[in-house]
Design a protein around this ligand. Structure first.
Ligand SMILES: [Zn+2]
Length: 227
């Protein structure tokens, strides 16, 4: 049965489209988890950001296939990369509840799902943690991918808010420290904004985990400075 399925729907490498397994051995070399440790400074505190995959053209294609094409095999690669970051994070900094960076409403409509929310739920199930869907966009923002570091910061600043305050009447006793989850960290502007919004609403944030990290130095951006 499996062979018949493969005959009708042959699998291809999600990164280079070569026929075969979901990610071929040469692309796998570019999707190999390590630990990348960054730090963001927000409202006077420092927050660790742990990532597993260095951003590359291959990583970019895997993330796009997951995000825009809803491809299960790409989802699985991203889920395991985030879980890898998370296991390191919780060992070093303690555990918490997971909060996904929400997609823009237009993107969620187009994709038919809130991409990071869904990926984060799968990671939480895998790692036996809770997710809280409390971050939301409070105004429209542009797609960040074509913006430079400075534009990203002004695009996203003040754009996120929480759907509840802490302590809230709804289950305040069950909310632990929060770990923010995103697919990719580039300048850190989105994570900084998420930390700001959660802290402003009274939540305790201990850091963030992402699947991939773009080389912070290749465009002259010193990620560690944050904002
Ligand atoms: Zn390949």
């Amino acid at each position: 049965m499996k062979n018949l399925v493969e005959l009708i729907f042959p699998s291809r490498c999600i990164a280079c489209s070569q026929l075969g397994i979901s990610i071929c051995s040469s692309c796998r070399k570019n999707w190999h988890p390590h630990i990348y440790h960054r730090e963001l400074k927000v409202l006077g505190n420092r927050y660790p950001v742990i990532s597993a995959i260095e951003y590359s053209p291959i990583a970019s294609r895997v993330l796009l296939r997951s995000k825009e094409a809803n491809q299960g095999a790409a989802d699985q690669l991203l889920i395991s990369a985030i879980a890898y970051s998370l296991r390191y994070f919780t060992k070093k900094y303690g555990t918490g509840d997971l909060v996904a960076i929400p997609s823009r409403k237009s993107a969620t409509r187009k994709r038919g799902r809130d991409f990071m929310q869904e990926i984060t739920k799968s990671v939480a199930t895998l790692e036996k943690l809770n997710t809280l869907e409390i971050l939301q966009h409070q105004r429209a923002v542009q797609d960040q991918s074509r913006l430079n570091s400075h534009q990203r910061t002004s695009n996203i600043a003040g754009a996120l808010s929480t759907s509840i305050d802490f302590p809230s009447s709804a289950g305040q006793g069950n909310i632990g420290p929060l770990i923010i989850v995103d697919d990719l960290v580039t300048t850190g502007a989105t994570l900084v904004e998420a930390i700001r919004a959660l802290r402003t609403a009274g939540f305790m944030v201990i850091g963030a985990v992402t699947g991939a990290v773009a080389n912070p130095y290749d465009k002259g951006v010193d990620f560690r400075k944050g904002t």
